[in-house]
Design a protein around this ligand. Structure first.
Ligand SMILES: [Zn+2]
Length: 502
């Protein structure tokens, strides 16, 4: 993920009674309006999952962390080499292709073993990690030291840990004699942490990836004790906000600092910037946030949990809580952050040019083009140029797909009571590129982690519990075996391309 906003969002959902405080009136309304129906649960069936040695995933993850694929600069190829070696040793077909100079993607393909196979399942991982400052860490970030039950290392959760799970799962499936009703493809793409160049190139290099019935990527985890001690919530990322990054530029006459004028480039830019920053954005509950709050409410229980399950009440009783809470606020608003400014070179010279760059994140209720037009109206100055640097719409996949009912089935078998909740991610992942070409994509990392562990993603002391990593690989192989052999569709037949929102 390109942000660790996930941990913040989950932490805020956990806050006790002050969140969505309702009262007696709310109880009456809840009774009157009713809650959404119980979600579909599909017990796991199909052949027995292949047996695996969970220790292998630990050793593999240590090797991946020690490869130190920091981005920038983007030193992914040692990870790619490890993946290639492991896959080829297991007899799996691999294909490497560069997405930039000296930087490769790799695709593993495991064919189906039946006469009339279904469409492929696509596993997705990124090979790069964000940099780490060793001075901040209590263990070296790229030594993969195990201390007690904890394996320290940049990428242990985001997302070399998941990469290791995927690779071991593919190897296990390859070495199993059980039938495979669907091909399993695994793409490891670089540069996710910067521009997503790897996945964009992969979809061009291997256009067949677009044929996948469903993709599983990063974006959400099994969160331990999220609302109640001793209960887990298996979060699945089903949607992401869109992006509109743009630069405002103004030009004018350069001049002496002793003779300012209203048409000076920096002065004009400042007025335009103020228009963007002061923009009022109404609280908007999109379909994704409604579904997310409803299922989170079900997992949470109590008065506030009930309120979260009734959308008409959410906007009324939850409004102030949502507005006051930074992690929640971004899920119900289009937001614009001023991220870069550039003007001037001398204290007493008015420059002839000034620019400011904004990073706006948008909900599914608006398109990037519509949002840009809205900003231009607000700025209302033809002498200000708005250049779009990068834009894509909010995107999501159906939160009620049959495959999620299977995840619920897996959750039901866990020794700890576990519910499933779809998540709107405030940040972005490579899933956006897959959804854009019609592949329903879900952020589904089966590693069980505490909020504290999740908060270390992109921060200091990123780590994973060895015991949980081992349990996760068993959980993942079992779930994947069932998914590969599921006779019915994994996504809604009426909506084979998922539910990409524009
Ligand atoms: Zn990531």
């Amino acid at each position: 993920m390109t942000s660790h906003a996930l941990g913040m969002t989950l932490k805020e959902l956990r806050r006790p009674a002050e969140f969505f405080l309702g009262g007696m009136f709310a109880w009456v309304l809840v009774a009157g309006l009713g809650c959404a129906g119980a979600p579909d649960v599909r017990p796991l069936t199909g052949p027995a999952a292949p047996t695996i040695d969970p220790d292998n995933v630990v050793v593999l993850l240590q090797e991946l962390i020690r490869a130190a694929p920091q981005n920038p600069p983007g030193a992914e190829n040692q990870v790619v080499q490890l993946v290639e070696t492991r896959a080829q040793f297991a007899g799996i077909e691999t294909e490497r292709a560069p997405f930039a100079k000296g930087r490769d993607n790799i695709l593993l393909r495991l064919p189906a073993t039946v006469d009339k196979p279904g469409r492929p399942i696509l596993l997705v991982a990124h090979s790069d990690v964000v940099p780490a400052n060793p001075d901040e860490w209590s263990a070296p970030p790229f030594a993969a030291e195990v201390r007690g039950d904890e394996l320290y290392g940049r990428g242990s959760l985001d997302m070399l840990g998941m990469l290791a799970l995927d690779l071991e799962a593919v190897v296990a499936l390859a070495q199993s004699s059980a039938p495979r009703h669907r091909p399993v493809w695994f793409v490891v793409a670089g540069d996710e942490e910067v521009d997503g160049l790897g996945m964009q190139a992969a979809l061009t290099t291997w256009p067949a990836l677009r044929e996948a019935e469903v993709a599983f990527n990063e974006g959400a985890m099994v969160v331990q004790d999220l609302f109640h001690p001793g209960e887990d919530v298996w979060t699945v990322a089903v949607a992401e906000r869109g992006l509109m990054q743009f630069t405002l530029t103004t030009t004018g006459e350069s001049g002496h600092g002793s003779r300012p004028g209203p048409d000076d480039a920096p002065a004009r830019l400042t007025r335009a910037m103020q228009s963007v920053l002061a923009r009022e954005d109404p609280l908007t509950l999109t379909d994704e946030t409604r579904v997310m709050f409803a299922e989170m409410g079900r997992a949470r229980g109590g008065v506030s949990g009930l309120l979260m399950q009734v959308p008409p009440l959410l906007g009324v009783f939850g409004a102030s809580s949502l507005e006051e809470n930074p992690a929640m606020r971004v899920l119900v608003h289009n937001t614009c952050a001023l991220t870069m400014m550039d003007a001037g070179y001398k204290r007493n010279v008015i420059p002839d040019r000034a620019s400011a760059t904004f990073d706006c994140r948008i909900l599914s209720s608006v398109t990037p083009g519509g949002f840009r037009d809205e900003l231009l109206l607000l700025i209302d100055d033809p002498k200000v140029t708005l250049t779009v640097d990068q834009a894509f719409p909010a995107n999501g996949s159906a939160p009620d797909a049959p495959v999620l009912a299977m995840v619920r089935g897996a959750a039901a078998d866990e020794p700890t009571p576990t519910s499933l909740a779809p998540l709107l991610s405030p940040g972005t992942t490579d899933s956006r590129f897959l959804r854009r070409v019609g592949v329903p994509s879900y952020g589904l990392v089966p590693i069980r982690a505490t909020l504290e562990e999740i908060a270390a993603i992109h921060g200091k002391d990123e780590r994973v519990r060895v015991s949980e990593l081992k349990r996760a690989v068993v959980r993942w192989v079992r779930l994947l075996t069932a998914i590969v052999n599921e006779p019915g569709p994994l996504v809604a037949p009426a909506d084979p391309a998922g539910s990409q929102q524009q």
